[in-house]
Every structure is written in structure tokens, then in C-alpha cells.
Design a protein. Structure first.
Lengths: 148, 87
């Protein structure tokens, strides 16, 4: 059995396992109950599946120029998937589409006002600013007890 | 081996695309549909890559680059739109 045959079998294994991970992502997106769970399922197994499939593609093609372009696709996936997932999660949290019975810890509870949940205690001392604080990044002057 | 590989990959990736389409149809909010559309585009990217791997040609590799950037831009634009709609 020559080296090329062995590499082709390795490529076949990588291709099939990448497609299986994509299928796992699809099942998770269809069956998970919450936006955050679906975001998790569509981000992590899907990126790993695409990366494994690109490894299989590189093992099948075996030329330097194609390897560069395949690596470009992989780097794009790794760089853009966390950003998209973070934006989806932030939009879901801020619009109150988080099922709080599924959460163990809500680490953003005291730091970010969300319209659906209970208002944090420190919002009482600053009445009148309403939803204008929802965009974040504004200077919070005179609120020393925020980090406690 | 090539035919078996092509059949297996076709079945797996089209099942993934069908599951993503079902979530796009059922999804209660716009964010669920954005996630499912992203997954559908990733399944299409995987299918294009698998076809190139099975037939051992490199003519569709630029399509892979374009698809991988298009998914990101589409998701971010739709999520920004959704965040503005909610507030």
C-alpha cells in the first residue's frame, strides 16, 4: 500500500468525521431549547467540522498553492465564528431571550441592565436614564459602588 | 471508495442542511433564524469543499473563501438589525 493510498484513507476519515460534526451541529440547532444553546451548537461543532473537512480537502489535493488557500478559509472561520457568536449572544441577552431557568450562573446580572429581568438595585439611584444605558461604553460618573 | 465517500458525505451534509432549514422554518425569533442560516451556509461550504475533495480539483477553492466571509458579514449585519429592532 503506497503512501498516497494511506493519505487518501486519512483524508476520507477526516471528511466523514467533519461531516458528522456538522450533522451534530444541525441536530443541536434543531433540538436545543434556547437561543444561547443553539448558538453554542452552531458555533463550536460546526467550526470543528469545517476545519476537519478542510484538513481532508488538503490531504486530498496535496499541493502548496491549494494548501495556502485552504488555510486562509480555516483562519477566516476561526477568526469570524467567535465574533458572530458573541454578537448573537449579546443580542439575545439584551433583548431578554434568555431562559433563566436553564442558567446556573448569570455573571452579567449586576453589570448590564436587561429589559426582561429584574432591575438591578443601583438603577434606583439614577432614575430617568431609562434604556439609554443599554448600549454600554458610556462613562459612568459618580457611581463608585458599581464593582462591589 | 470515491463513490462510497461521495454518497456518505452527501447524505450527512444534506441532512444537516435539512435540519437547519427546519430551524429556519420553526425558529421563534430572528436570532434563531440567523443561527440556522449561518449553519446552512456552513453546510453549503462543507458541501463545496467535499465535492472538491472527492473529485480532486481546486477550481472551487475561491468560492470557499467567499462563502466563509459571506457567512460572517451576513450574521453580523442581521444581528445588528435585530438588536436595533428590539430596542
Amino acid at each position: 500500500m503506497s503512501v498516497g493510498t494511506v493519505v487518501d484513507w486519512l483524508a476520507a476519515v477526516a471528511l466523514v468525521s467533519g461531516a458528522l460534526l456538522s450533522l451534530a451541529a444541525g441536530i443541536g440547532v434543531l433540538r436545543f431549547p434556547d437561543v444561547l444553546d443553539r448558538m453554542h451548537a452552531a458555533t463550536k461543532p460546526q467550526v470543528l467540522g469545517v476545519l476537519l473537512l478542510l484538513v481532508g480537502l488538503a490531504l486530498r489535493l496535496r499541493t502548496a498553492a491549494d494548501l495556502g488557500m485552504i488555510m486562509l478559509v480555516g483562519v477566516f472561520q476561526l477568526a469570524t465564528a467567535p465574533v458572530a457568536a458573541q454578537m448573537i449572544g449579546r443580542a439575545a441577552y439584551r433583548s431578554g431571550r434568555v431562559d433563566r431557568s436553564l442558567l446556573d450562573v448569570d455573571e452579567l446580572a449586576g453589570h448590564q441592565p436587561d429589559p426582561a429581568g429584574p432591575r438591578p438595585q443601583r438603577a434606583d439611584s439614577r432614575s430617568g436614564d431609562g434604556g439609554s444605558q443599554a448600549e454600554g461604553g458610556d462613562p459612568r460618573s459618580g457611581d463608585g459602588g458599581q464593582r462591589e | 471508495m470515491t463513490v462510497v465517500l461521495a454518497v456518505v458525505l452527501t447524505v450527512l451534509l444534506s441532512t444537516t442542511a435539512l435540519l437547519a432549514l427546519a430551524r429556519i422554518y420553526r425558529g421563534p425569533s430572528l436570532l434563531d433564524r440567523v443561527i440556522a442560516a449561518d449553519l446552512l451556509l456552513a453546510a453549503m461550504l462543507s458541501a463545496v469543499g467535499a465535492e472538491a475533495a472527492v473529485n480532486r480539483h481546486a477550481t472551487t477553492l475561491p468560492v470557499l473563501v467567499v462563502l466563509s466571509l459571506l457567512g460572517f458579514v451576513g450574521s453580523v449585519a442581521l444581528v445588528r438589525f435585530a438588536a436595533r429592532e428590539e430596542s
